[in-house]
Design a binder for this molecule. Structure first.
Ligand SMILES: *Cc1c(COP(=O)(O)O)cnc(C)c1O
Length: 228
């Protein structure tokens, strides 16, 4: 594929997806493993939200894109403790707050750095040993402490169904995530108002939108296959 045809393709995909999204759903272009030039192309097609899985990889691309000042950067991958400070410095959103330990650390660093990352709590609606995330039980027991983390803006839940799930199971998982957010909101924690649901990837975003997603994270649908 030539550079110009891949450029056109990314722009076309961004336009096509954007046109079909309800106004309530934010499109995040997952640019992990893609070059900064792909982000620039999607930006020119009016995309402003980009998701990356690895902190260092994202920083390298951000350094190539400093002229694109109004990008919102989303961290969507598991955050290691030793990357937490850089994550706070370089991302607006962290979708992958997957333990009380990392939440507490990010909160402390956010206070030191003087930023307030917008966060989602990553939850596993069904057990999944291949993924990070709070189990439902872990999440319920962590909520009182999460509610005390004053430098985090905790605004929603993020979930990824297990790889082997059927579409019916995926739909059920997304619906349960929405119900869980509503149940947490009903408890009335003063710092926890969960209005965002970060759910839906290339294979399941339609189902996610039907179930109430407010943020879909699309990689291959926008950018094509990731380089190995
Ligand atoms: C890679 C990734 C995506 C995008 O996956 P696609 O299938 O390429 O759309 C979304 N969310 C997370 C957390 C990811 O790691």
């Amino acid at each position: 594929m030539t550079a110009s045809s891949s450029t056109n393709t990314i722009a076309e995909h961004v336009a096509a997806i954007t046109a079909q999204l309800p106004a309530s759903v934010r499109l995040i272009g997952v640019s992990k493993k893609q070059p900064a030039s792909a982000i620039r192309t999607a930006y020119q097609a009016h995309l402003r939200d980009f998701g990356e899985s690895m902190v260092q990889e994202a920083i390298a691309k951000q350094e190539e894109l400093t002229d694109l000042e109004d990008i919102t950067w989303h961290l969507i991958g598991h955050l290691q403790s030793n990357k937490a400070r850089k994550a706070v410095e370089h991302f607006d959103w962290i979708h992958s707050i997957d333990s009380l330990k990392i939440a507490t650390r990010v909160n402390r660093l956010a206070g030191e750095v003087g930023r307030s990352p917008i966060c989602c709590l990553q939850v596993k609606i069904v057990p999944d040993s291949a993924k990070f995330g709070f189990s439902m039980d872990q999440l319920w027991s962590a909520l009182p402490q999460l509610n005390q983390l004053q430098h985090l803006k905790i605004v929603g839940l993020m979930t990824i169904p297990p790889l082997e799930s059927s579409m019916a199971e995926v739909e059920n998982i997304f619906q349960q995530a929405k119900t869980l957010a509503a149940q947490i909101n009903e408890r009335g924690f003063d710092q926890l108002h969960l209005s965002e649901l970060s759910m839906g990837m290339s294979s399941d975003y339609s189902v996610a939108i039907t179930a109430g997603s407010t943020m879909i994270r699309l990689g291959t649908t926008l950018f094509g296959d990731r380089p190995a």
